[in-house]
Design a protein around this ligand. Structure first.
Ligand SMILES: NC(=O)c1ccc[n+]([C@@H]2O[C@H](COP(=O)([O-])OP(=O)(O)OC[C@H]3O[C@@H](n4cnc5c(N)ncnc54)[C@H](O)[C@@H]3O)[C@@H](O)[C@H]2O)c1
Ligand SMILES: [Zn+2]
Length: 349
């Protein structure tokens, strides 16, 4: 079993465990601690099987366990669902000594993380991500949020005590979900880990998940440990997300697809500005991984409007994460001429 630590200052904030088969056993989901009696598990429709197996295993270990299935996907990330969940925790008699466990994709772990961080002003929270995107991104780093009018507008920074990643569960994901998460995993390679890129270049989508997850989680854990509240270096995790979010906003394509297109656009912008000479290699790798590198038909003016609405705009242009080389990110303000050329490169014209 691999362990990665996320730190906050000099303290260990979260332990991340990675191995096949670990989501369904009481150990390591529950850090050793006296006084814990009840465990409330939140899940969503997709990963019911591992969630129920974990519940059973925690019961065998002597805990009182209750399990609640949230609405699927973004329908879970609302304040009414959060309130219903608080009321459910009241009815279970959960105390500060007890624990909340969220088993699922990023939507379930975002809600579980938010509820765990706020119920009784914060109780022990364990996240068990069951999508690749959840494992390498959403469950790591202590950002929790629900949607109120806009996406992720209400939330808190709060690390889970533990994150338990079962690579066996991830290996059984439907290909569509695997590809979506691969966008965020390969992003970690582009910004910080050329060896992870080499794994993907050699094996494509069949790259061994244990290695992919270990490497991608390490990248995110290191960045978050250096900058928990996103004052500086954490911004590099937004690689591909400036243009990606704008395209997602106007076309409703899956997030991972939008990020892939956004990385291609960032590659084109970097060719013009930083001397980045691997835009072609980046594009080829994304194609090999089954990710889109061209935007769907969208209105250029609408994409530009979404870009300019974004907080990432400043007086001289649009703030973007660009690469100087694989593993060497930089954040800069990109002028509108270059932004338009980058959009053109992904078919937004
Ligand atoms: N907190 C953060 O830092 C952060 C970072 C990135 C994304 N996010 C959030 O994560 C969410 C997206 O996460 P996601 O892509 O994991 O989506 P998701 O949680 O919406 O799950 C997608 C689908 O996969 C199903 N599913 C989950 N595990 C499964 C499994 N093992 N087998 C089969 N189906 C399974 C779910 O039921 C759902 O239908 C968004 O809400 C996003 O805002 C948060
Ligand atoms: Zn993302």
């Amino acid at each position: 079993m691999e362990r990665i630590r996320v730190t906050q200052g000099t303290e260990v904030a979260s332990d991340v465990f990675i191995d096949a088969g670990i989501a369904t056993s009481a150990e390591p989901a529950m850090p050793p601690r006296q006084g814990r009696r009840r465990v409330a598990i939140l899940t969503q429709p997709g990963p019911l099987e591992p969630a129920e197996a974990l519940a059973e295993s925690l019961r065998s270990a002597g805990y009182e366990v209750a399990l609640r299935t949230l609405p699927d996907r973004e329908a879970a990330k609302t304040l009414p669902v959060v309130e219903e969940t608080y009321l459910w925790l009241n009815s279970l008699g959960i105390t500060r000594h007890d624990a909340v466990v969220a088993v699922g994709g990023g939507a379930a772990t975002d809600v579980g993380g938010f509820v765990g961080a706020t119920y009784l002003r914060g109780i022990e929270t364990v996240l068990v991500p069951t999508t690749l995107l959840g494992a390498v991104d959403a469950a790591i780093g202590g950002k929790t949020a629900v949607n109120v009018g806009g996406k992720n507008l209400a939330g808190v920074f709060s690390h889970p005590a533990r994150v338990v990643i079962d690579t066996g569960v991830l290996a059984a994901l439907p290909e569509e979900l695997l590809i979506e998460g691969t966008a965020e995993a390969v992003k970690a390679g582009f910004i910080a880990d050329p060896d992870l890129l080499a794994l993907y270049q050699t094996h494509g989508l069949a790259a061994p998940l244990a290695d992919v997850v270990l490497r991608a989680v390490r990248v995110k854990a290191d960045v978050v440990s250096a900058d928990f509240t996103e004052q500086g270096v954490r911004e590099i995790l937004n690689y591909g997300h400036t243009v990606g979010h704008a395209i997602e906003h106007v076309s409703a394509i899956p997030h991972g697809h939008a990020v892939s297109i956004g990385m291609v656009a960032a590659g084109a912008a970097a060719e013009e500005t930083t001397g980045f000479d691997s835009a072609g290699a980046q594009r080829d790798l994304l194609v090999d991984l089954g990710l889109p590198v061209e935007a769907p038909r969208v209105d250029r003016a609408a994409v530009e409007a979404a870009l300019l609405l974004d907080k990432k705009r400043d007086a001289t242009g649009v703030r973007m994460v660009l690469l100087e080389a694989f593993g060497k990110p930089t954040v800069m303000s990109v002028d509108m001429t270059t932004v338009r050329a980058a959009l053109y490169a992904v078919g937004v014209c």
